[in-house]
Design a protein around this ligand. Structure first.
Ligand code: TPP
Ligand code: DXP
Ligand code: MG
Length: 645
């Protein structure tokens, strides 16, 4: 039983002697359960202070120890799918001293990262990439004539993404020396959906845990056989016909399991057997419990997937005192409201029901809410099929995860002009999840598509209007983006209004400087405008609302009646600013000396920090806006207007 940390931390006599995996080799197998208990306690204490992903890591403590004990990492490559379960791995690979810097500015990443450690051969965070990357490394080892084990640890949730099957399919065909460990805890973030999870459940329950002797015999019989592999594979295939091979065997993998992923008595002999005798692709099916060893996490697995700082003894998570509702909640409630008035509205999530707020939609409209699993490509084309039949699908995807479905957006939605609605949550910087989760590119990659309507909410009231507008808009695809976290505290309308498509709005009139915002930088524009007015630079603030179609009349008006025009957005180059600049150039509105400065997310991978710190570093806060205006005017400004020179 894990000795739960109290203050000070419980003694970790074994863990104190294990800094890197080589140290594990000196630990007796019989002492590994104690080591696992110490790793668990260390992780619980660390995450209680930092917040982060808890349940997944707790579920792979024994598995991680066993892999590092048996294999020769980092020469043997170990890849964690998604990477959110890598905290035990980081504790055991020379990063225990920094584990309490997790997901903080300048601290350890919350995922695996090549730049962080030689024990992280592949970065992750987006799911279902591990088998592909592992296969690449296995083939490279073959080509190099190197004898190297490559191990990909992938969860049952991540196995719901098509990319995983593309990789299995190719690995089986190549007969590559690849070890896939399927970590089956029967959970994604929420309970898993789809036929695959039912299949795995049957495998895990139907084939009771194989006796370790039986596993050993079977393995030796298969892996240790000296006969030609072709015969072995033929035997396996025939067995499949007789006993009904598993999906994985049919795809050319030797399938071992299910085995107990918390039992060293199961894990060690199997891993040693595979290490010593394995050839060709092997899939080891381990059954684990997400949140294992921490009762609050075991009792509420979905609530402890990602956690805030928490009290170790009670499990109570710290709750920020919101001064306004979260954008996600405003979106969810607005969509529930619209769907109550229109039964053609349906909602789709790709395994993120709570993150997108669609769990609330499902509670009210269960028959019209679909969780397709971690399958963003399918989600988009599934939505396109629904739209083709007259439904109004809202495919709610985080900006970063929508990237995975871009061809489906182009080919299945935009070219056909199908009215799929895209609520894009986590637009802009997201903070602790760092560069892999930043929502930086959706404006760039959507506004370049003919016929797409692309909106950004300036605040939570605007978000409510955009939900209503999207529900009413049937002419083609439409997207609206909004950031992670809370709104700005504006009053919410009872129901959103239908916005005139392609029309922005002027918030405050000025005469010299125009700040044209797309998204929630509007609040910083209003603060900057006060400073600029105080410095004698009369400033107009406008909210574009649309990157496509552009409000051309508004842009002409701003260009003709101001000396300086600043555009600002929570997105990379190629987005809103590019469309404005293109329009200004085409209309000759730059020929008269208008000073235009586009403010976008800089061309770097912004490291994790608090979002406001990331925007300040990007120069996209009020101080950065003021500084940009003064620079555009070739004027120095007093220190009082922010740090920028
Ligand atoms: C492409 C993609 N979509 C969605 C997510 C969000 N996400 C992170 S972890 C997770 C569930 C993963 O489930 P599983 O692979 O079973 O791992 P477990 O948490 O159970 O250990 C999801 C949906 C993601 N990281 N990548
Ligand atoms: C690992 C992963 O991809 C998710 O857990 C993600 O971290 C959730 O992000 P939010 O916390 O913004 O919902
Ligand atoms: Mg899982």
């Amino acid at each position: 039983m894990t000795q739960l940390p109290t203050n000070p931390m419980p003694a970790t006599p074994l863990l104190d002697k294990v800094n890197v995996p080589d140290d594990l080799k000196k630990v007796d197998d019989r002492d590994l359960p104690q080591l696992a208990s110490e790793v668990r306690a260390e992780m619980i204490d660390a995450v209680s202070r930092t917040g982060g992903h808890l349940g997944a890591g707790l579920g792979v403590v024994e598995l991680t120890i066993a892999i590092h004990k048996v294999f020769d990492t980092p020469n043997d490559r170990l890849i964690f799918d998604v990477g959110h379960q890598c905290y035990p791995h980081k504790i055991l690979t020379g990063r225990r001293d920094r584990i309490r810097t997790l997901r903080q500015e300048g601290g350890l990443s919350g995922f695996t990262r090549r730049a962080e450690s030689e024990y992280d051969p592949f970065g992750a965070a987006h799911s279902s990439t591990s088998i592909s990357a592992g296969l690449g490394m296995a083939v490279a080892a073959d080509l190099d004539g190197k004898s190297r084990n490559v191990i990909a640890v992938i969860g049952d949730g991540a196995m719901s993404a098509g990319m995983a099957y593309e990789a299995l399919n190719n690995a089986g065909a190549l007969d590559a020396r690849l070890i896939v460990i399927l970590n089956d805890n029967d959970m994604s973030i929420a309970p898993p959906t789809g036929a695959m999870s039912a299949y795995l459940a049957r495998l895990a329950s139907g084939r009771t845990y194989m006796g370790i002797r039986e596993v050993g015999k079977k393995l030796t019989a298969y892996l240790g056989k000296t006969v030609d592999r072709a015969i072995t594979r033929a035997v396996e295939h025939a067995r499949g016909y007789v006993t009904g091979g598993t999906l994985f065997e049919e795809m050319g993998f030797y399938h071992i399991g299910p085995i107990d992923g918390h039992s060293f008595d199961h894990l060690l002999p199997v891993l040693r057997n595979v290490r010593d005798n394995g050839r060709g692709p092997v899939l080891i099916h381990v059954v684990t419990q997400k949140g294992k060893g921490y009762p609050p996490a075991e009792a509420a697995v979905d609530k402890y997937h990602g956690v805030n700082k928490f009290d170790v003894i009670t499990g109570a998570q710290a709750k920020a005192k919101p001064n306004a509702p979260a954008y996600t909640s405003v979106f969810a409630e607005a969509l529930v409201q619209e769907a109550s008035l229109d039964d053609k509205i349906v909602a789709i999530t790709a395994a993120m029901p709570s993150g997108t707020g669609l769990d609330r939609f499902a509670a009210v409209h269960p028959s019209r809410c679909f969780d397709v699993g971690i399958a963003e490509q399918h989600a988009v084309t599934f939505a396109a099929g629904l739209a083709a039949e007259g439904y109004k699908p809202f495919a709610a995807l985080y900006s970063t995860f929508l990237q995975r479905a871009y061809d489906q957006v182009v080919h299945d939605v935009a070219i056909q002009g199908l009215p799929v609605r895209f609520p894009i949550d986590r637009a802009g910087f997201v903070g602790a999840d760092g560069p892999t989760h930043a929502g930086s590119f959706d404006t760039t990659y959507l506004a370049s598509l003919p016929g797409f309507v692309v909106m950004a909410a300036a605040d939570e009231a605007e978000l409510k209007h955009m939900v209503r507008t999207a529900a009413a808009y049937d002419e083609g695809p439409i997207s609206f983006r909004y950031p992670r976290g809370e709104g700005v505290g504006v009053e919410l309308p009872e129901r959103g209004e239908i916005l005139p498509i392609g029309k922005g709005r002027i918030i405050k009139e000025g005469t010299k400087v125009a700040l044209l915002s797309f998204g929630t930088r509007l609040a910083d524009c209003l603060v900057a405008a006060e400073d600029l007015d105080a410095a004698g630079l009369s400033t107009t603030v406008a909210d574009a609302r649309f990157a496509k179609p552009l409000d051309q009349d508004l842009i002409r008006q701003l260009a003709r009646h101001h000396e300086v025009l600043i555009t600002i957005e929570e997105g990379a180059i190629g987005g809103f600013a590019s469309h404005v600049l293109h329009f200004l150039a085409e209309e000759g509105l730059l020929d008269g000396g208008l000073r235009v400065r586009p403010m976008v997310i800089p061309d770097i991978w912004m490291e994790q920090a608090k979002p406001e710190a990331m925007y300040a570093r990007a120069g996209l806060d009020s101080a950065g806006i003021v500084s940009t205006v003064f620079k555009a005017l070739g004027q120095k400004h007093s220190v009082g207007f922010g740090a920028a020179g």
